[in-house]
Ligand binder design. Structure first.
Ligand SMILES: O=P(O)(O)OC[C@H]1O[C@H](O)[C@H](O)[C@@H](O)[C@@H]1O
Length: 581
């Protein structure tokens, strides 16, 4: 029998990095930064982006050792295997080809021996044709009115990426011009409050509902889809579904069973992971409806340019590779498992929620790709807020509490310019002063205050960060940024030798929620409380019964402005309030 491959942690490259930590710990970041040659070696410019890694706790030796680690983990060949359509998602026996969803029309990317790019473009052409019709009034609602509002129903990867891109573009002048008079909303949470928020004030006659679900089985999305269907048909009749509902899914059979004509469905493929699906119809359909094809074509081109760079640029100057390796250094060697994503741009306010899923669902794993327990902890804890808002919230901890590597993202030319008479700098300059100041203040050590306050006002500095400058935030650079972070996460996973493309960890919660759904439905139908014998433990049973009892005491106001009353079941009271509480 073949000997199992040694864990990456057993390789000389890994061990060399472990030993190297001591050298780095002896050097303060401030001293590292005084070496101009080192700084130059850590500043990379490509594709119009400026990546400054000089504020990381690394030197040229670290970089060299990280390159050795890339070699030891066969990073290059793993990236190639991904682009070649090999089934690197072993547990689901799937290729990982989100890069094909933004391939140029003349590119060749194969899966199972077949070039998939023509299929990708077939869907893109269909989206363009459909969106042109809707936007141009050639496709109207059942009462003949143009469909100016879109509600995109989906969750997880079928929501966060499209929301990130929408938020990034909604204040960009060209995208604003092409979306005038249109509105795009999202409905993700199964919480009825989200339904109310998404539908509030919308006129069904002018609303198109897009159901987005890779599997078309996700419980939350399907209940929200049924809810939107009920909302539409109650007011416009059952025939309205044909004109007011379309779908995006890999499961066209279930789309049809739901009642949406497959002609009005936009497909994608099992080789596109949910959290990597923004560039498939998942993101491109709702965003093209909102912004038009030209804007979305630029977005796809930006992501494609980053894909080419990731595949072809030498590792030493490859932006996602460097970001990936440096983050592995921080997490696995420096013992810093968290990262703050800090865009100094309000339009990037949904970057962190999206990258949270891309990163944490991909790399939050406990076993290697062959199922062997990892001898180290993989994955990164990601969070973030735009600056300067975050400065007034959690930066205290970043400056004087825990050490959290930060990604500062700045924009050279803002989407919006305000320069008031009498002010010394523009509003955007003011924002960017904070961007420059924050990275610098994390690195410095300082204290010049009255004696008794010294301990409180000391900044130890030595806190790593990277800075990324984009020339502007437009459809093209949003595409680049998206692909940059997607590939960084892949690099981490390739080095740790885990499967970044499955997500078995989210399944258990779904199974238990389904069990609870059955129990609660029974309890409410029979107006009873749950008993200990119902198969749930004491704590859960007690809390569910508290909930059922509370339901009985509340009088609900039917949200008449959103839902017609006859659509809703009255809340069923539980009969025996005393039982089991
Ligand atoms: O697109 P769907 O099939 O509805 O899936 C939506 C989401 O469901 C699950 O929570 C998965 O963990 C996510 O990766 C996925 O994005």
């Amino acid at each position: 029998m073949a000997k199992p491959a040694p864990s990456i942690a057993e390789t000389p490259a890994w061990k060399a990095l472990q030993e190297h930590v001591v050298d780095i710990e002896q050097t303060h970041l401030r001293d590292l930064l005084s070496d101009q040659q080192r700084c130059e070696a850590l500043i990379k410019e490509d594709l119009g982006l400026y990546l400054d890694l000089s504020r990381q706790r690394v030197n040229q030796t670290t970089l060299k050792l990280l390159m050795d680690l890339a070699e030891a983990s066969q990073l290059r060949s793993k990236v190639e295997a991904m682009f070649r359509g090999e089934r690197i998602n072993e547990t689901e026996d799937r290729a990982v080809l989100h890069v094909a969803t933004r391939a140029r029309r003349d590119q060749v990317i194969t899966e199972g021996g077949k070039n998939v790019v023509p299929e990708v473009w077939e869907v893109l052409d269909k989206i363009k044709g459909f969106a042109d019709k809707v936007r141009g009034g050639g496709w109207v609602g059942v009462t003949g009115k143009p469909l100016t509002n879109v509600v995109a129903v989906g969750i997880g990867g079928s929501f966060l990426g499209p929301l990130f891109v929408h938020t990034a573009l909604s204040t960009e002048p060209r995208a604003m011009a092409s979306s005038r008079g249109r509105e795009l909303r999202f409905l993700a949470n199964v919480d009825p409050i989200d339904v109310a928020t998404a539908l509030q004030g919308l006129d069904p006659e002018t609303t198109l509902v897009v159901i987005i679900s890779k599997t078309f089985t996700t419980a939350e999305t399907m209940l929200n889809a049924r809810t939107c269907r009920a909302w539409l048909t109650a007011q416009l009749g059952p025939e309205s579904v044909a004109k007011h509902m379309v779908a995006v899914s890999t499961n066209l059979k279930l789309v049809e069973e739901f009642g949406i004509d497959p002609v009005n469905a936009f497909g994608f493929w099992d080789w596109v992971g949910g959290r990597f699906s923004v560039c498939s119809a998942v993101g491109v359909l709702p965003l093209t409806l909102q912004y038009g094809w030209d804007v979305m074509a630029r977005f796809l081109a930006g992501a494609n340019a980053m894909d080419d760079h990731f595949r072809n640029a030498p590792l030493e100057s490859n932006l996602p590779v460097l970001m990936g390796l440096v983050s592995v250094w921080n997490i696995s060697f420096m013992g810093l498992p968290a990262r703050a994503l800090l865009p100094y741009c309000q339009a990037l306010s949904k970057l962190a929620p999206h990258i949270q899923q891309v990163s944490m669902e991909s790399n939050g794993k406990g076993v290697d790709i062959k199922g062997k327990p990892l001898p180290f902890e993989a994955g990164e804890i990601d969070f973030g807020e735009p600056g300067t808002n975050g400065q007034h919230s959690f930066y205290q901890l970043i400056h004087q509490g825990r050490v959290i590597p930060c990604d500062f993202i700045g924009i050279v030319r803002s989407q919006q310019s305000v320069y008031l008479k009498g002010e010394t700098v523009s509003n955007h300059d003011e924002l960017m002063c904070n961007f420059f100041a924050q990275a610098t203040s994390l690195e410095l050590r300082s204290a010049s205050v009255p004696d008794h306050l010294v301990p409180h006002k000391v900044f130890t500095g030595n806190r790593p960060s990277l800075s990324l400058l984009l020339p502007e935030l437009n459809a093209y650079t949003v595409g680049q940024l998206l692909a940059l972070y997607e590939h960084q996460v892949a690099v981490q996973g390739f080095v740790w030798n885990i499967n970044s493309f499955d997500q078995w960890g989210v399944e258990l919660g779904k199974v238990l929620a389904s069990k609870l759904r059955t129990k609660i439905a029974e309890a409410r139908t029979n107006s009873r409380f749950m008993a200990g014998s119902d198969g749930l433990n004491y704590s859960t049973t007690r809390m569910v019964n508290k909930y059922l009892a509370g339901k009985r005491q509340l009088v609900y106001d039917t949200p008449k402005d959103v839902f017609p009353v006859d659509l809703l079941n009255p809340e069923k009271p539980a009969a025996d309030e005393k039982a089991a509480i």
